[in-house]
Design a protein around this ligand. Sequence first.
Ligand SMILES: *Cc1c(COP(=O)(O)O)cnc(C)c1O
Length: 385
Amino acid sequence: MKLRDTARFSTICIHAGQTPDPATGAIITPIYQTSTYVQEALGKHKGYEYARTQNPTRAAFEANIAAIENGPAAFGFASGMAATGAVMTLLQSGDHVVVTDNTYGGTYRLFERVLRKYQLDFTYVDTSRIDDIAAAITSKTKMLFLETPTNPVLRLTDLAGACSLARARGVVVAVDNTFASPYIQRPIDFGADLVIHSTTKFLNGHSDSVGGVVVATREDHIEWLRFVQNAEGAIIGPMDAWLVLRGTKTLPIRMERHNANAMVLAEFLASHPKVTLVHYPGLPSHPQHALAKTQMRGFGGLISFALGSFERARTLLNSVRLMALAESLGGVETLISHPATMTHASVPPDRRQQLGIADDLVRVSVGIEDVEDLKEDLAQALDRI
Ligand SMILES: *Cc1c(COP(=O)(O)O)cnc(C)c1O
């Protein structure tokens, strides 16, 4: 089971980082649920000493995700936020970061409430406008932190354009690729230096684990992240690493179905008289549909749409039967949520308004159920309005 350099995406997802277990031949990398490793003699061991520092299940997970994102190395963390936190330790006090204005709420909270204490400075801009990124870069700017598509209004950033601008200005680019997944876009191929995932979402894909990962390309970043993963110790555990390894095997076929189902539901919603607005990059009405077609493989599993008032949104959310009212995304089951009071409740109302997260907006993480059942569920819930 040696992967050739020419191996294609689905093959990489299933095989990269995994060889039959040397002890038994088990085809699946075992969950090495151990804290330490017995050494043969003083100073003589198999490369494993203590499980914060090295774990074979985590190593397989890291090699697998690195290959999937087309990077040389990856590091597993306890959550997506722990992964983002580790990336930010590449910076020093006094450094400035330009951030996508509609970034994940937890990222905004980490930057504003925690990292500002250490004299890091952040400017939030609409990174769908390259000129706005350029205007925000100062002599202190060390990092451009991007998210595309954004949550929940699915605005895109031109990855190739943003990365070449950053490179010219000596700014490192980190991309939170959680919303798209590497099936849809691989930021390193567009010039990004670092890719972050909450593996909790599409990479694991089954809503049964919390984890994070950073894929790094630069040797100095790789060296530092390896050091800080051990020094801070916010590692992903072997059980969660194993679950994500199982998840990535089916990533391509899950994403194909997420893409297909979301497209059908987006078109259904766009043509429904009670829906006033649909955000989905696959619709020609999306302002960046042309960019989506060149940058993304399919348009992803997330849709948001507006219903005209909070009351109408509440009626819909309380009327769905198959779709589950819940935060999170990227699992095989369809989840529906109300960003203004759920995922984005901590964002101040005026800022929410500015970002387009209105009180009548509903978000769907479209699962891989039969799309006719999903459509029927939405139709009966819309009928109740
Ligand atoms: C969920 C999420 C995170 C945070 O990940 P956790 O695993 O919940 O810590 C970061 N970024 C995006 C885009 C997310 O959706």
